[in-house]
Design a protein around this ligand. Structure first.
Ligand code: UD1
Length: 418
């Protein structure tokens, strides 16, 4: 297993190119199963989660081919209605193939996502959305089994919470439904608007994606399509923290300020400068860092996927920060590891009290999940001495060439092949 070795204390400077959004790529790859015509996706990030999702659709019978321009997926016929526990266990997003398989085949069986590394991650909202559209769904011995007696029927779906994944499931299934579907309390994440843009290019008729209310006119006439994904706002936010924590200056090329409004607001409150450039966003810090009080929320609130990174930054602020996680109930696996680097953090329920300003010291730490592990890298960039981060495969799931990008702007970081 690869490790990363980081020697802290280098001020980052230069430009980082932000890749396509992983969380756009995954539902779009799943959506390719809806249509019998080819879908070309450009701007897919080169990360292992994307490869895993391509393998999943490949296993369902889709033909995946790559060219210099992008990746084309053609699901002329689907071979199977099953996805195995082995594939779903590794990546919760695999549940996104449930709706396309059901819509296309009239039945689908997907293993329940296993593990609960960042809290219980139920699928009840996905199930209710499909039931509202007329599907019969039952969970039997760890498998979600969905079937249709007649086809899907357009309906009003009121989501109990604005789940990103359940909104994607509802949106994809509704493209096959007879008549109109209305999704209320839909998630508003930019990646959902991007999924709708991709589906629209494929022939779907969708209005209101990116808002609380989405309307879909079903029975899509599918056609060949090409779609370019939006940039990864979480990768951009992560490099923004890298610039801020090292007191450096980075230009995040391709990043979109409008997708990062709440994160930028928090960074500015902490004393970080942010401004737009012709190519993206520039982040810099020269003064002291101020503490912060924040709660994670669904979009457009502060993203849970940046909570661990901002906590690393808060360990360097002068004073105490309060960080509350309100999206996932136990997403604090980075806390004990940050404490091993010298951070002073107390956890109480869903809140973390971060007493900033103490010194961080390099040591050996363990990556536990994607965003938790990147917070350790960020802390290591300012820790005194050498940090070894084990289990780097967690980072490779969602960050394209993290070590190379950081090295290019001055970090002392190397990958130790294991
Ligand atoms: C997506 C993102 C993930 C991000 C999360 C929240 C992808 C591939 N992943 O995950 O990076 O951290 O949004 O921004 O896009 N819930 C239920 N029942 C359900 C579904 C969800 O109760 O059926 C709950 C979850 O337990 C959680 C909350 O809703 O507390 C938000 O989850 P959701 O928005 O669905 O996250 P994901 O789509 O899994």
């Amino acid at each position: 297993m690869d490790k990363l070795r980081i020697v802290g204390g280098k001020r980052l400077q230069g430009a980082v190119s932000i890749a396509g959004a992983k969380n756009s790529a995954l539902p779009q790859i799943a959506a390719s199963l809806l249509s019998p015509f080819p879908l070309e996706l450009t701007n897919l990030p080169v990360v292992t989660d994307v490869q895993a999702m391509l393998n999943v659709v490949g296993a369902q019978g889709a033909v995946v081919s790559r060219s210099a321009q992008g990746t084309t997926i053609e699901a002329r016929a689907l071979l199977t209605v099953d996805t195995t526990y082995e594939t779903v266990r590794k990546m919760r997003a695999t549940v996104l193939v449930l709706a396309p398989l059901l819509a296309r085949n009239g039945q689908a069986r997907v293993s329940m996502p296993g593990g609960c590394a960042i809290g219980a991650r139920p699928v009840d909202l996905h199930v209710k959305a499909l039931q509202a559209l007329g599907a019969h769904v039952e969970i039997d011995r760890g498998v979600i089994a969905a079937s249709l007696k007649s086809g899907l029927r357009g309906a009003r779906i009121v989501l109990g919470a604005p789940s990103v994944g359940a909104t994607a499931t509802a949106l994809m299934a509704a493209t096959y439904a007879k008549g109109e579907t209305e999704i209320l309390n839909a998630a508003r994440e930019p990646e959902l608007a991007d999924l709708a843009a991709c589906l629209t290019a494929m022939g779907a008729e969708i209005e209101g994606a990116g808002t609380h209310r989405i309307l879909i006119n079903g029975e899509t006439s599918w056609r060949a399509a090409s779609h370019h994904s939006i940039p990864d706002r979480i990768e951009a936010g992560t490099y923004a923290v890298a610039a801020a924590i090292t007191g450096g200056q980075l230009e995040l090329t391709n990043a979109r300020l409008e997708h990062l409004a709440s994160a930028v607001q928090i960074l500015e409150m902490m004393g970080v400068n942010v401004w737009p450039s012709d190519r993206g966003i520039v982040i810099s810090r020269d003064g002291a860092l101020r503490p912060v009080d924040l709660t994670t929320e669904p979009y457009p609130g502060f993203p849970t996927d940046l909570q661990a990174q901002i906590m690393a930054l808060a360990t360097c602020a002068n004073g105490a920060s309060l960080i509350r996680e309100a999206v996932f109930e136990s997403r604090f696996m980075h806390v004990p590891e940050l404490c091993r680097l010298g951070a002073d953090i107390t956890l109480k329920g869903t809140s973390a009290l971060v007493r900033g300003g103490g010194k961080l010291y390099g040591t050996e730490v363990m990556a536990t999940d994607l965003r938790a592990s990147v917070s350790l890298i960020l802390a290591a960039l300012v820790a005194e001495g050498e940090t070894i981060v084990n289990r780097v495969y967690h980072l490779d799931r969602g960050y394209e060439q993290l070590d190379r990008k950081l090295r290019q702007c001055g970090a002392d970081i190397e990958r130790l092949k294991g």
